[in-house]
Design a protein around this ligand. Structure first.
Ligand code: HEC
Length: 169
């Protein structure tokens, strides 16, 4: 009987201490989160605007007479403003033309090679523009339309031609 009693005494004390520690940790964590999360997360402008975004209503009522054109006009203005300036000649040149024209691969006249460019420049810039945009089979090789960079606009390809010509006079 005696050893049993002693075991229960110690066991109860151990359980009691564990329960006390559990509560201690709970209270500590609770007060910590009050002081940190509550202040630094939930009260920040960012958190609040994200929350407002998440819980906003799916639809809004347009009252008669309300001006509905504003958001549409704003969106249209944004779209119109988006495709800004055409890319400059050196950007387009370095983006695609340099692949062949930097060193003169496959019969391409190398940029800066005045001898190779002189007779081409003599054709006039309209011809050079057309050949660059539409492609051109000449005596030294094949120039693919827009050098293969079909995503570039005609104006951008013309800028690149002018850039190459400027570097090769
Ligand atoms: C795949 C290689 C290649 C790429 C990329 C390339 N070219 Fe060419 N290009 C050529 C070749 C080859 C010729 C020479 C064709 C001939 O005269 O036989 C040429 C010739 C030209 C000419 C001279 C045309 C003429 O009438 O003499 C111009 C201008 C030109 N390229 C512009 C460009 C521009 C601008 C780009 C970039 C948008 C570009 N090329 C990208 C291969 C290329």
């Amino acid at each position: 009987m005696k050893p049993d009693q002693k075991f229960f005494d110690i066991f109860s004390i151990v359980i009691g201490v564990l329960v006390a520690i559990t509560f201690g940790i709970y209270i500590l964590a609770d007060s910590m989160s009050e002081k940190t999360q509550g202040v630094y997360t939930k009260e920040t402008e960012e958190y609040r605007s994200q929350m407002a975004e998440r819980i906003k209503p799916v639809g809004e009522v347009n009252l008669p007479g309300a001006d509905l054109s504003a958001p549409v006009a704003e969106a249209a203005a944004a779209v119109a403003a988006a495709p800004a300036e055409p890319k400059s000649g050196d950007v387009v040149y370095n983006g695609i033309c340099a692949a062949c024209h930097a060193t003169g691969i496959a019969g391409a006249p190398a940029i800066g090679n005045k001898d190779a460019w002189a007779p081409r420049i003599a054709q006039g810039s309209d011809v050079l523009h057309q050949h660059a945009i539409n492609g051109f089979q000449g005596s030294t090789g094949f120039m693919p339309p827009k050098g293969g960079g079909v995503a570039f606009s005609d104006q951008e390809v013309m800028n690149a031609v002018d850039y190459m010509v400027g570097q090769s006079k």
